[in-house]
Design a protein around this ligand. Structure first.
Ligand code: SF4
Length: 351
């Protein structure tokens, strides 16, 4: 079966012409796909039934996700869904809302999408990493997660304002499908979200960062650093060996020079592992003057034995970076009690 969500607008036009229809029919498919969220071709009511029948005959379908399980945080701002994709593959996707931040009168609503089932990068503090790698998601499967939440929000008269590729998996290890999804989601005849409202997070696949810089996209990049030196980083991210910390900083600089988009370095703070004040000073020295931004993320409870540092430590760590002139924020974690926060997604322990 061929999923209509896979097709770029130009490919949709070619497809309708190929099945003997006029080019303008493409928009009669695209508009409902991205604004009405049909689950089946029979719901594409702008199309004459003969064309709908023809699409089915040609093997097309609409690949929507099915909700299997929903968990909502106590404050109602975070919703984690276990979704089944068309072939029954389970995947986790999270909605994080910030009711006090309004965008055009609507609460900021960020969807954290998964790009793989499991992950091969094996970060020792990450629940997804501990699952191992199962498979890459296709572009249409990434889009299905977004559309599911777009439909859910539309019913509340709200909409998605931001997308982060920070769910299960390493997006740049599934490069082509991730970029195809980004292009469909940002296309004016597709989902139409602004490129600047999208962030891709990577553990540091340098060839992928350089490719992304050449895509002529205005999306944000977050590089997960987690340590200021190679020895410590390789302990936390065992697959990081081929790339040194300095290589990553240089790749971030190249991305900034090409795109003009400031790069964020993500730093998961783990008690007794990478949160000492000495390490903070080393990090400050490394990042001082390079214009990037550091996002400190006090680690969330996961299956491992890692602990979140106490608040005082986090503040001290931040202060050292700040005093060295390094732009820095501490991420306000939402949803950790429902295992929906960074590093907590895995499909077998939902709930
Ligand atoms: S932190 Fe990201 S890259 Fe590392 S194992 Fe988890 S999902 Fe993969």
């Amino acid at each position: 079966m061929k999923d209509l969500y896979r097709l770029m607008p130009e490919e949709m036009e070619k497809m309708v012409v190929d099945i003997g229809q006029q080019r303008y029919r493409a928009d009669q498919i695209l508009y409902p796909l991205y604004y009405k969220f049909p689950k089946d071709i029979s719901e594409l009511r702008q199309l004459p039934s003969a064309i709908r029948d023809k699409l089915v005959l040609e093997g097309f379908m609409i690949g929507s996700a099915t909700e299997i399980h929903r968990v909502v945080s106590d404050d109602g701002d975070t919703t984690k869904l276990l979704l089944n994709l068309v072939d029954g593959t389970p995947v986790e996707t999270v909605l994080i809302q910030y009711p006090s931040t309004k965008i055009n009168g609507h609460p900021r609503s960020t969807i954290c999408v998964s790009t793989q089932v499991g992950c091969a990068m094996g970060c020792v503090f990450c629940a997804t990493g501990q699952m191992g790698f199962m498979r890459n998601l296709k572009a249409e499967e990434i889009i299905a997660q977004v559309i599911h939440f777009a439909d859910l929000l539309a019913k509340r008269n709200q909409h998605i304002t931001n997308l982060v590729f920070m769910g299960m998996g390493e997006p740049l290890a599934n490069y082509d499908e991730t970029i195809r999804a980004v292009r469909l989601l940002t296309h004016q005849r597709g989902f139409g979200i602004g490129q600047r409202n999208i962030t891709i997070s990577t553990i540091g696949i340098i060839s992928g960062i350089d490719r992304l810089a050449d895509e002529d996209l205005q999306i944000g990049l977050a590089i997960s650093l987690h340590a200021p030196n190679d020895k410590l980083r390789q302990k936390l991210v065992p697959t990081a060996k081929p790339n040194s910390v300095n290589d990553l900083i240089a790749a971030g600089k190249r991305y900034f020079m090409k795109t003009g988009r400031r790069v964020t370095f993500e730093y998961a703070l783990i008690e007794g592992v990478n949160d000492s004040l000495e390490i903070a000073r080393e990090l400050a020295l490394l990042l001082k003057g390079n214009g990037s931004h550091v996002n400190l993320i006090p680690i969330n409870p996961t299956a491992g034995n890692f602990q979140r540092p106490n608040r005082k430590n986090v503040i001290e760590f931040e202060k050292i970076l700040y005093n060295a002139g390094v732009n820095c924020t501490v991420r306000v974690e939402k949803g950790s009690e429902i295992s929906a926060a960074c590093g907590q997604l895995r499909t077998d322990i939902i709930g």
